[in-house]
Design a protein around this ligand. Sequence first.
Ligand SMILES: [Ca+2]
Ligand SMILES: [Ca+2]
Ligand SMILES: [Ca+2]
Length: 281
Amino acid sequence: MKRLFGYFFMLIGCVTVAQAQITTPLHIGATFPMVDEFSSKLRGHYYSPGDVVQILWASNGIVHPPSQDGAPHPDNALLEGGLTGVGALVIPSLIDSGLFGASIASPRPGDGSKIFVRVFNDSDLKNASFYGDSFIFTVNGNQVFDVGVVATTNPLDAADNDYDGLNNSWEKSYASHPDNPDTDGDGVSDYNEALAGTDLLDADSFFALNSMAPAGGADLLVGWQSVEGHAYQVQFTADSPDNEASYQNVSAVVTAVDNNTTTVIPEGLLLGKGCFRVVHR
Ligand SMILES: [Ca+2]
Ligand SMILES: [Ca+2]
Ligand SMILES: [Ca+2]
């Protein structure tokens, strides 16, 4: 009986040793949604990642920008297994959650290793135009990193071939022409269309005043082409239209609900002969 007990005890010891030899994978993920510079959650898809997440080494404590095709600098090599997508390995109902998770098994970065996360705005680096980097994490045990805000503000191609104010990465993002300052020929530059939220590829879509009509009594109805969700304000000057300082607000800030917005300017705010304009807020 005594002998049997000893054998049993040894078996337990053997199992314990075997467990100690298995290295636990490093789990890396975001505990809060990653958002871009406009506070929009990064896109994702459970099966086909929308935005790609790379987990890279920062062994010497330096994060270098990627090359124009998205390839990492040699000092920031991709961790083996360190490629996933926003929403991937996260439950399907959280597809567009801005979250991601990854498991790095072998070689597992040891404690003290410096790593960081880089996000591209497309699942295919050939189509990506922007990237964002996290700060550097130092691995310490098995942890889930809070990647936090990854602002995708860094263009892969910062040149502006056509000098329209919109760099080549933005032109790629909008599918506008990098060598033509007004892709759809509607008279509004690609840059100003991007600011106004109008369609750079549609000549019928641009930001402009399109009506001024009596609105009963001496009130005036002012209308303009708008973009849903964007905010505008009507201003008036009795001076030269070039005199910026002379414009006064004559309406409240109006948020558009469709592609045409009107507002009534009460008679009391009409200051004689002058010019109206609509300002995008
Ligand atoms: Ca440009
Ligand atoms: Ca252009
Ligand atoms: Ca347009």
